[in-house]
Design a binder for this molecule. Structure first.
Ligand SMILES: C[S@@+](CC[C@H](N)C(=O)[O-])C[C@H]1O[C@@H](n2cnc3c(N)ncnc32)[C@H](O)[C@@H]1O
Length: 448
């Protein structure tokens, strides 16, 4: 295929990339393409790369991030926030039309600086945008940033992340200078060698936690980390080790090198303790909107089942309207946090650790004897496991609240719920992920 190819972008595709047509009538999926713009593209139609913007969209805004469109994080920084939300709402209306229900619109908080969690990778090969290719910048060096889309071997060097909070960026700047300034090798994902692998940052009201991920370290490295951790302005520094080949920020905790081992967050007037590996909503102000929406969708009742409860956030947000809560999550650290969070907020609750699909009998036992429950399900992106779906679809429940971070999973599971006699009555969207094509959906279901 000859390059570059002019493409007129006319809409957003389901993954948040721009979708448009070239002069031969071929449809292109172009990362970072804004509807209304004409761009010259390289790559292939199903994964086009912008080489140059030939004419910008009429309402285009300047992205805040210097790495926008090469970094794997944001896709929509060039689109005004109001339009991002209108596009998300319209695409949900199209996708979820078969489920029915009243559409209550989309809520959202601030567009930048909202994330309380960031993960960065070390790398010795820098991803370079086309404009940088002939500038004399070298590809090899010592870098810390995000992977470019589809490039596990190259890192987009990122001194800061614009959707992360200022406090996290300040800590990141110090960690970055110190770690990149050592001579210990950075992880090479092809040779599977190196010491520094990832940095995770997690923020709460008590400050920022730094999670360092390395291959197993020696005494000199341990002494260096211990000597530097206190200088980073973090509430806590935790060191995890792994010799796994997979390029993921996971490992075994070697030491809490400095300060605290958890963060504390306050949402909707309640306090939450969060372990570093527990799932927690990444946008705390957006999560307050989500909690209020879920509480509205759940209504009032006796028992509230909080399936996929994480640290208990959604169930506890509804606690004032129910007499007891039964929650379950596969992550034992999250469940331990949920127990502490319920007690700290004076809520009577039982939390179980395990997979929903394997612990149906235990959930039934824990929730028996107080009439028809209201059920929240907030599964991971893949949606409900078939056995969990069969269990939920067969429940004799007052109402079901399905919270989804991947709308296509909700569509699949929702059609199965419909087939089992459930009816979607209401739908709300919450913009938990501004500058990206992702959106959170809350639906309420009843079985007449
Ligand atoms: C989208 S998060 C929701 C967490 C929580 N509701 C919240 O808002 O913070 C999905 C949760 O599902 C949990 N999970 C994943 N697979 C699971 C399974 N098979 N059974 C139970 N929990 C699971 C994860 O640990 C994670 O906490």
């Amino acid at each position: 295929m000859r390059h570059p190819i002019p493409v007129s972008i006319d809409s957003f595709g389901p993954d948040g990339a721009g979708s448009g047509t070239d002069d031969k009538g071929r449809r292109w999926n172009v990362r970072g393409g804004a509807p209304g713009s004409v761009v010259s593209c390289g790559g292939k139609p199903k994964s086009g790369i912008i080489l140059e913007i030939l004419s910008p969209a009429p309402d285009a805004v300047a992205p805040q991030c210097a790495q926008f469109a090469v970094c794997g994080g944001c896709q929509w920084q060039h689109v005004p926030l109001e339009r991002q939300r209108a596009e998300k709402l319209a695409s949900l209306a199209r996708l979820l039309a078969p489920l029915g229900g009243t559409d209550h619109g989309i809520a959202g908080a601030e567009g930048y600086g909202y994330r309380n969690k960031v993960e960065l990778s070390f790398g010795r090969l820098r991803y370079m945008a086309k404009a940088e290719l002939d500038t004399g910048i070298t590809r090899e060096g010592r870098f810390l940033g995000m992977h470019a889309p589809g490039r596990f071997d190259k890192v987009v060097d990122a001194p800061r992340c614009e959707i992360a909070s200022d406090a996290m960026n300040a800590v990141l700047a110090r960690v970055r200078v110190d770690t990149l300034g050592t001579t210990w090798p950075l992880w090479d994902p092809v040779a599977h060698t190196g010491f520094w692998r990832h940095v995770g940052l997690r923020e709460g009201r008590n400050g920022v936690l730094v999670l360092l991920f390395t291959t197993p370290g020696d005494d000199e490295q341990a002494a260096w980390i211990a000597a530097h951790a206190a200088d980073w302005g973090a509430a806590g520094v935790l060191w995890f080790e792994t010799d796994a080949k997979a390029d993921a920020a996971i490992g075994t905790l070697r030491a809490v090198v400095h300060g605290q081992d958890h963060v504390v967050e306050r949402l909707g007037g309640l306090d939450y303790r969060l372990s570093p590996t527990a799932f927690f909503q990444v946008n705390p102000r957006g999560a307050e909107l989500l909690c209020a929406t879920v509480a509205q969708a759940a209504g009032r009742g006796g028992t509230l089942l909080d399936l996929y409860c994480g640290t208990g956030v959604l169930g506890l947000a509804c606690a004032g309207n129910f007499t007891r809560i039964v929650g379950i999550d596969v992550n034992a650290a999250s469940v331990a946090d949920a127990v502490v969070n319920a007690a700290a907020n004076g809520v009577e609750a039982t939390f179980l650790a395990g997979e929903v699909e394997k612990h149906v009998a235990a959930i039934q036992r824990a929730s028996a004897g107080s009439g028809r429950p209201v059920v929240i399900v907030d599964p991971p992106r893949v949606g409900l496991h078939p056995d969990a779906l069969a269990y939920v679809a067969g429940l004799d429940a007052e109402a079901l609240v399905y919270v989804a971070c991947r709308p296509t999973s909700l569509l699949r599971d929702g059609l199965a719920l419909q087939a089992a006699g459930w009816r979607c009555t209401d739908r709300w969207a919450v913009d938990l992920f501004p500058q990206t094509g992702h959106v959170e959906v809350v639906t309420r279901w009843e079985r007449p």
